[in-house]
Write a protein that binds this ligand. Sequence first.
Ligand code: PLP
Length: 391
Amino acid sequence: MNFQSNRIGQIPPYLFAEINKKKEELKKAGVDIIDLGIGDPDLPTPKHIIDKLIKESQDPRNLKYPSFSGYSEFKQAVADFYWRQYQVKLDPDTEVLALIGSKEGIAHIVPTLIDPGDYVLVPDPSYPVYRMAALLANGQYYNMPMTKETDFKPDFQAIPAEILSQSKLMFLNYPGNPTSATVDIGFFLEAVEFSRKHHIPIAHDSAYNMVTFDGYKAPSILEVEGAKDIAVEFGSLSKTYNMTGFRIGYVVGNKNIIKALSVYKSNTDTGQLTPVQKAAAFALNSDQSCIAKHNGIYKERMKVMLEGLKIIGVEVSPPKGSFFIWAPVPGGYTSAGFVSSVMEQTGVILTPGNAFGPSGEGYFRASLSVPNERLYEAVNRIKEKLKIVIT
Ligand SMILES: *Cc1c(COP(=O)(O)O)cnc(C)c1O
């Protein structure tokens, strides 16, 4: 017997679950795996943040139910960050909501804003949660294709009118996962104008807002005048401070959307553990030099990887944001064909581009989440062992 709803039945296996299964098989066979597949930073959480978590965990008052909308100092710290980083003013009570990781909010904003049958506009390729949340809400998604020709930005004008009239939400994500594409404020201006015209709220996912290189500063969509009328922005401490396991993020921007999401959440969860929220506030309020340090490490790794890829005929220009390399597969392979050849012949795990949507076909994603020496090793193996197939 198969106990599951039709909704669950239509969800394809979680991308990384599939890859992990293959990885375990190879491991069992004694292969030394180098995993460039998953986007979880290997760098440790800075010590001052862990110390704060431990300290706050020892106060029994902090171990009771947290408040629904989030610990006020955390929300204030997020508002202060927005002022410092973007000169955007936020009211911590009404324009900031704490999340149990941004993924939680991304998943829950969909049923908060759409009714069964409605459309969600999603970048293609993109983080799979946007699409799956639409299906779990008995909605539909429309893939906005993004290609090299459009600098991995969606062409809003190409969305059919009948889709637009049924759309209740649009996701955007810059610096982008998996494309590592970045934008300037001009793009957000265009997006906000478009969404106002069609009355479609925007949810901008800024998970990589602080993972940037070469002096590039990622803008917030809320820097656009009037963006708060139509947009919210998701943020996370996961990638900025290597806090993926803490499960702490936030959503900021449009009051009504945030209020509606908090109604959904207050009937679903009861917020994140207070010491985690306090440690997150502390992370945002403390010395930020760890960010530049982490980015320096990613930049170095990126150089190693890009040089290695060049040798096998894959040329990509250095990304200005995120810790991903998004590159065309060489030698007439499909995404899946290339990734499984590399995995089988070298033990290096990459992610096939089409796992992020149909427009990702012909690409692969490499995460820079392993130390330099392992990256050198990965590059060397690809250079030496894969030469045979790439002719
Ligand atoms: C990692 C990631 C997230 C989720 O971050 P959490 O705050 O850890 O849930 C959201 N969006 C994108 C694009 C990501 O890569």
